[in-house]
Design a protein. Structure first.
Length: 47
């Protein structure tokens, strides 16, 4: 089964080593999200 083109995947390369294949487009592009995404601090400190 072929992986969806929006996820990073791995394939068996030379000498049976695992090689990672990055998607041609980022997930943010597929879903119309801004760049960078996510925006802001992940855990902002409360004052």
């Amino acid at each position: 089964m072929e992986a969806l083109p929006l996820w990073r995947r791995f394939v068996a390369g030379a000498d049976d080593r695992i090689e990672f294949v990055d998607p041609r487009r980022a997930q943010a592009e597929w879903f119309g999200l801004g760049d960078p995404w996510p925006v802001g601090e992940p855990f902002p400190r409360q004052a």
